[in-house]
Design a protein around this ligand. Structure first.
Ligand SMILES: [Zn+2]
Length: 241
């Protein structure tokens, strides 16, 4: 069985985005680059280069805040300001879609100090805002995990992921994750777990397609290329959108 995956890259563009892009072009792997407005302002040349390679630029907010802890007005500014910047930098590539992923995957309902109903209200208001601003998400009908099926059935307008390489956890602040080296990360590619009884998550057994997540952080190319390489070696085939 061939396992299919879509590649998404968060927090772009870093100082070494071009090394990562060069590697992906060489391997003929298409990616969706979730970029922040702050980073795009620093490296605007990234946008035409990525679009010319047939990849996509998507919105990951302007300053990468936790959307559970900012106001709805602040949230709209974060999203709309970044999208205006992407659209203006995309220039003669009008086909770039309007896609958004929440920083840290926090969709407005993760602040425990707020009552449950208010958290859900916030989450729903953020989705209504994304809808109003024209955001969409591909259906990915080949992804069959319960957690994604639920997301799809609620009519959400933001992106999610099914597998996080967690290369960002190699950092003193995240030592509690127990991931200290490239080989620890590569071992995780073979680790499967259950989110709940019916929801098998992992790269081995399930026939679900995957939306995998890696980051474009500075000086992370030495993790980026071997991790993608390890996935290819495992027999995972990257799909284009
Ligand atoms: Zn991020």
């Amino acid at each position: 069985m061939i396992k299919k995956a879509y590649l998404t890259i968060d927090d772009s563009p870093s100082a070494d985005w071009s090394e990562k892009l060069r590697y992906l072009v060489e391997k003929d792997i298409q990616a969706v680059w979730f970029s922040t407005g702050e980073n795009l302002e620093k490296r605007p040349e990234f946008v035409p280069a990525v679009l010319e390679a047939g990849h996509y630029i998507a919105n990951h907010s302007f300053t990468h805040p936790d959307f559970s802890t900012i106001s709805l007005d602040e949230a709209e500014t974060e999203v709309a300001r970044t999208q205006r910047l992407i659209d203006s930098l995309a220039g003669k590539h009008p086909g770039n879609p309007v896609w958004f992923r929440f920083p840290f995957g926090r969709r407005g309902d993760t602040d425990d100090s707020v009552k449950k109903e208010a958290r859900f209200e916030k989450r729903d208001a953020l989705q209504a805002m994304l809808k109003r601003l024209g955001f969409t998400v591909p259906n990915f009908f080949g992804v069959t995990y319960d957690v994604v099926t639920e997301h799809r059935s609620t009519g959400a307008y933001d992106w999610w992921w099914t597998f996080d390489f967690k290369e960002w956890a190699i950092h003193p602040d995240f030592s509690h994750y127990g991931l200290h080296s490239l080989s620890d990360l590569i071992k995780r590619l073979d680790t499967d777990y259950y989110r709940k009884a019916t929801d098998f998550v992992g790269l081995n057994g399930s026939d679900s397609e995957e939306v995998v997540l890696i980051h474009d952080h500075a000086h992370s190319t030495q993790l980026f290329t071997p991790l993608i390489g390890a996935l290819l070696k495992k027999g995972v085939e990257f799909s284009k959108i």
